[in-house]
Ligand binder design. Structure first.
Ligand SMILES: CC(C)(COP(=O)(O)OP(=O)(O)OC[C@H]1O[C@@H](n2cnc3c(N)ncnc32)[C@H](O)[C@@H]1OP(=O)(O)O)[C@@H](O)C(=O)NCCC(=O)NCCS
Length: 221
């Protein structure tokens, strides 16, 4: 596991590739994650050095509990590493689940729909190709783009954890989210006779739409 297989999709005139990271590109994280605006909602106060990033690369490469993709933007034959996305803490117990996370560290790529699209690709991969029942995530209040992008794939709030982080002068609460596999067998394992909430039903519709979009638009090599 460790690095996920290549998936590509279009966002406007960019091709976005979710593909393995390379050691040579790890310096991009050093530049990107040296910016407070990039890391303030992910509870990182220490800017990494190249040594930190290479150590993380080596650990990640052999870590069987996660699947990590680099986010690469391709335009006019140039391929640039702009972030990463992952399914971590993968559990294969009675319920198969993982925790998702993403970071785009090149801010010039924010706000053009990249996260919204890659979340759909990752959700589709997690449910269709890994057979997970559930993906968890968490968003700190104020990180509007992150919450909106996840909601488009059918993530919805399960509960709020108070005061998990101090960001830009304020204590912030955290929304703990989940996205459930909408396919009947996974859905019934999860609910096993209990009545799904109205919120879960509407989230299921969004996940189905996201997966349909991915089926039609994501190229899994
Ligand atoms: C959070 C992050 C992944 C969002 O990525 P993105 O590619 O910019 O998101 P999108 O372009 O898909 O935008 C998603 C939605 O948020 C909106 N949005 C984007 N930037 C916004 C901002 N600064 N304020 C408010 N809304 C914003 C978009 O318009 C879009 O809304 P829509 O659904 O109504 O169209 C990116 O900003 C990032 O990596 N930030 C740093 C790390 C981080 O916070 N990771 C997430 C931890 S939970």
């Amino acid at each position: 596991m460790a690095f996920g297989p290549k998936m590509s999709l279009s966002v406007g005139d960019l091709t976005i590739e979710l593909a393995p990271l390379t050691k040579e590109a790890m310096g991009e994280f050093v530049v990107g994650m040296g910016q407070h605006s990039v890391t303030k909602y992910i509870n990182r106060h220490l800017a990494p050095t190249l040594e930190d990033e290479l150590e993380w690369f080596d650990k990640t490469r052999i870590d069987k509990t996660k699947i990590v993709w680099g986010i690469w933007a391709v335009k006019d034959n140039e391929r640039v590493l702009i972030g990463n996305t992952a399914l971590s803490e993968i559990e294969n117990k009675h319920i198969r689940q993982a925790t998702s996370g993403s970071m785009i560290f090149r801010k010039e790529y924010w706000g053009i729909g990249i996260a919204s699209h890659i979340h759909k690709a990752r959700t589709w991969y997690a449910f269709k190709h890994l057979g997970l029942h559930r993906i968890r995530s968490a968003v700190i209040n104020g990180n509007v783009a992150s919450l909106k992008a996840l909601e488009k794939s059918g993530y919805s709030r399960v509960y709020v954890e108070r005061n998990t982080l101090f960001v830009d002068g304020e204590l912030r609460h955290q929304d703990n989210l989940e996205c459930l596999n909408p396919a009947s067998s996974f859905w019934s394992d999860w609910w096993h006779g209990e009545r799904p909430t109205a919120q879960a039903l509407s989230a299921r519709d969004r996940t189905r739409e996201a997966m349909k979009w991915a089926e039609d638009n994501v190229n899994l090599a």
